[in-house]
Design a protein around this ligand. Structure first.
Ligand SMILES: C[S@@+](CC[C@H](N)C(=O)[O-])C[C@H]1O[C@@H](n2cnc3c(N)ncnc32)[C@H](O)[C@@H]1O
Length: 281
């Protein structure tokens, strides 16, 4: 017999309280249309905690001085959709424009330094794709001081990213040659799975970072990927964030945003290069 899962009612007032907390904490703006999504995702959390209604849940979040429940709430709300080589034009741009320029600069200055930040990296497909392109494009990556910083708000997806294990279906967009070079196969829960290579993982630093908080790193970064993250923020929040990206990018550094995002209406100092690609002059 199927188990009946009961759903707790979320009133407009409770929704406004919850979305206020989420906005002030993570910058994520939830429009009125997101009420059902919030209800469905947080209902699961209520059941896990054994709470009977959303008022109890709101009190629980506010009273939790460890901040752990806030993290769990944001984990439940945020959308983590991602894939390898997603919006592949950005990786072509990295291969064709950025890496050759950085190699040329390195040859002139004698400094083989590369810093890339995947801000809102979800379960790791984006930073690992960056890593693959970097290894392929640079050639002798071992001779470089190359680092890829991958950050996200959600500890759940960051754990997946750090493990670097993906089921076969997740690798559909990775060519067989690149699979052979950058992944090892293993059995995982009775299914064939792929683990990112030691070389790839050695380039990565995974860290939890709420983009709304102060950033511990100083940069400068050569490239920042912040794709499909700002879509959840309102314009003033986007504007502030893009300003901070501009500050932490090095001269000539590039910012990639998602294809469904736009900085139209945001004041910023970056130079528009082409849709979704911006550069620090
Ligand atoms: C849809 S995923 C995008 C993943 C990847 N960048 C891509 O384009 O494939 C959005 C990610 O942004 C993260 N995120 C949302 N708000 C954030 C915040 N305030 N600080 C850090 N990460 C945030 C979410 O946890 C989620 O993993």
């Amino acid at each position: 017999m199927a188990t009946m899962v009961t759903s707790t009612t979320l009133t407009d007032k409770q929704f406004v309280q919850i979305r206020g907390m989420i906005k002030s904490l993570a910058g994520i703006h939830l429009g009125d249309g997101k009420k059902e999504l919030v209800k469905a995702r947080l209902n699961k959390r209520l059941r896990q905690l054994g709470l009977g209604c959303f008022d109890e849940y709101i009190d629980f979040v506010r009273g939790d001085t460890t901040g752990g429940e806030l993290i769990a709430m944001l984990d439940a709300i945020s959308t983590n959709l991602t894939s390898f080589f997603r919006e592949s034009g950005h990786f072509d741009y990295l291969n064709d424009k950025i890496i050759p320029r950085l190699k040329e600069q390195a040859a002139q200055s004698g400094q083989n330094r590369l810093r890339i930040w995947s801000a809102g990296c979800s379960s790791g497909e984006e930073p690992y794709t960056i890593g693959i392109c970097t290894c392929e494009g640079i050639g002798n990556i071992g001779a470089w001081d190359a680092k890829i910083l991958a950050t996200d708000l959600s500890t759940r997806v960051l754990g997946m990213a750090a493990r670097g294990v993906y089921t076969e279906d997740r690798l559909e967009t990775v060519s067989p040659q690149l699979r052979n070079r950058y992944f090892t196969t293993q059995g995982y829960r009775g299914q064939r799975s792929y683990r990112t290579s030691d070389q790839l993982r050695s380039l990565m630093t995974f860290s939890r970072l709420n983009l709304m908080d102060p950033w511990p790193m100083r940069g400068p970064f050569d490239v920042i990927f912040c794709r499909n993250v700002m879509i959840y923020f309102d314009k003033p929040t986007q504007e502030k964030l893009v300003g901070r990206y501009g500050d932490i990018l090095g001269p000539g550094g590039t910012l990639f945003i998602g294809h469904s995002e736009s900085l139209t209406g945001c004041k910023h100092k970056l130079r528009y290069v082409q849709p979704t690609v911006y550069e620090k002059s």
